[in-house]
Design a protein. Sequence first.
Length: 450
Amino acid sequence: MGTDTVRATPPADESAAERRREQRGWYVYDWACSVYSTSVLTVFLGPYLTEIAKSAADGDGYVHPLGIPISAGSFFAYAVSASVIVSVLVMPVAGAAADRTGRKKPLLAVAAYLGAAATAGMFFLDGERYLLGGFLLIVANASLAVSMVLYNAYLPQIAPPQERDAVSSRGWAFGYAAGALVLVANLVLFLAHDTFGVSESTAVRICLASAGVWWGAFTLVPLRRLRDRKVPPSPGSARGWRQLASTVRDMRRHPHTLSFLLAYLVYNDGVQTVISQASVYGSEELGLDQSTLIVAVLLVQVLAVAGALAMGRLARTYGAKRTILGSLVAWTVTIGAGFFLPAGAPVWFFVLAAGIGLVLGGSQALSRSLFSHLVPAGKEAEYFSAYEISDRGMAWLGPLIFGLTYQLTGSYRDAIVSLVAFFVIGFVLLARVPVGRAIRDAGNPVPDRI
């Protein structure tokens, strides 16, 4: 069990101006890293890496990494699953180090710049280098996961309970705004690549690499604004997986927190799989070109900004739990409708994108802020490490099921509809969590609306 003695709320003598300054710096990390999630993971890398894998495939359409036969059309989904497994192995070590030293910021810097470097290295993906693409994807995704453990652990320290829904929602809104801005630039380069004197594949590689440059450049802002809080030295504290096991044992005293993590683990796996596989579904099953996919994801980004802020306001009226439950109903309807989309019809794909955008940011932001109320004082990094493992921990299962379904049926429609189960099960599990009691059991004040 960690011995971090940082309180779960900002110190009473900390001025509002200092707190606002730190919050603004915190927002900028979402602005920095979300471009990777949008431009790389959601738009360009899936279709591009799939094409590279197909160019390296044998006559039966299989590639053979480590001698294992894999359908080239499933390689990207399997690589995402592998990156999640690596993330789960590394995140407890980062969380333990943050608890033990109280120095989240240097660890955040290492994770962010390792991920940014791997992303910038995607410029060199061409020909049949599908293995290089898989490796860089694994490094970048794992680095992003570790950085988010440390980033999220700042939330209870920079925002009192009554501010967290709004602060968390603004962070997500910043991220989606950055994604939309960069996607506009990507769209201009991609559509006018001949004007710029580059091939289409070179334009894609520039878009991939520029996300890494953006990530690294804007990370400088939170590294200047965020402050580490001192903790007493604790040489005997647990490390790595031992700390995670200790955290889980400690959570047994907070069973409702564990119940929330289980619900989040399930429904968030559906969210993450939709994010990573939607462009593959659009290009391979619906026959949409890259420019259509970019416009669709741009629509998601713009509406996600409004959706995150609007759901933050709804949470003030109806409570975070009810608002999240409503978003899961919307997710279920939207993804179920995706099964019936006609091929070669961009308008209906845009309608699907609009539905996703309106619920995407809010469901993630409110889940983060709701969990921050369930964290006992002094255990922020420790518990947020477990949260991020819930974020990533079963997120390998969705892409794996997606990839296996395609490999077995040859249909991306069957693959996409299989994701509905994650939202239905997640809804049932979350509905059973008594969040007010969970907050009291964690020793935290219960907001008027939760």
